[in-house]
Write a new protein. Structure first.
Length: 181
């Protein structure tokens, strides 16, 4: 198990390989379909972004409201493929890591390689457990989107697996190959 802070991702992403298990700590931003669409429009217009893309880690999640005594509600990953139309551009602008579930398009895989980034998978269906690894949550943009607003989260040893690395490793492809054998 590799313990890592998000401030190290820009450099450390290049050393991670598909299948590595990581406990990630540090600042991560939630962003899903609607927020990605707005961020893309802001880029087109030259507007100010809700977070600096360069070096950032984005978690494709739409957390539920926190219950009493909790920082955040259930916070499991959403299907990453819905962000594939925007991801190559964000990666080319310096995004270091994406966190979600499911496969990614070939265009995203190429952008990951081109930019020395990484795609992590989080366990789907375990959002109630995942929230226990989140110590802070603050809405930073697009509050009108509700659970899909951009939030700044603080992870503390959030368990992830490297699904796609910057040298072409891809657990979705290698897993199918192993299964066929």
């Amino acid at each position: 198990m590799i313990e890592m802070d998000t401030c190290e991702l820009k450099e450390k992403a290049k050393t991670l390989r598909a299948g590595d298990r990581v406990l990630l700590s540090g600042t991560v931003y939630t962003s899903r379909d609607a927020a990605h669409k707005r961020i893309n429009a802001l880029l087109d217009e030259g507007g100010e972004l809700p977070y600096k893309l360069s070096g950032a880690a984005v978690y494709y999640a739409g957390p539920t409201a926190a219950r009493d005594g909790m920082v955040i509600g259930s916070c499991g990953p959403t299907t990453s493929g819905r962000m594939d139309v925007y991801s190559p551009r964000f990666l080319d602008l310096g995004l270091s890591a994406m966190i979600g579930k499911g496969e990614r398009s070939e265009a995203v895989c190429e952008a990951i390689k081109r930019n020395g980034a990484v795609y992590f998978c989080a366990v789907g269906g375990a959002g109630a457990l995942a929230c226990k690894c989140i110590t802070e949550c603050e809405v930073t943009a697009f509050e009108d989107l509700g659970c899909e607003s951009v939030k700044r989260l603080k992870f503390e040893k959030f368990p992830l697996i490297v699904a796609i690395d910057c040298v072409g490793g891809n657990i979705f492809k290698s897993g199918r190959e192993q299964f066929r054998k």
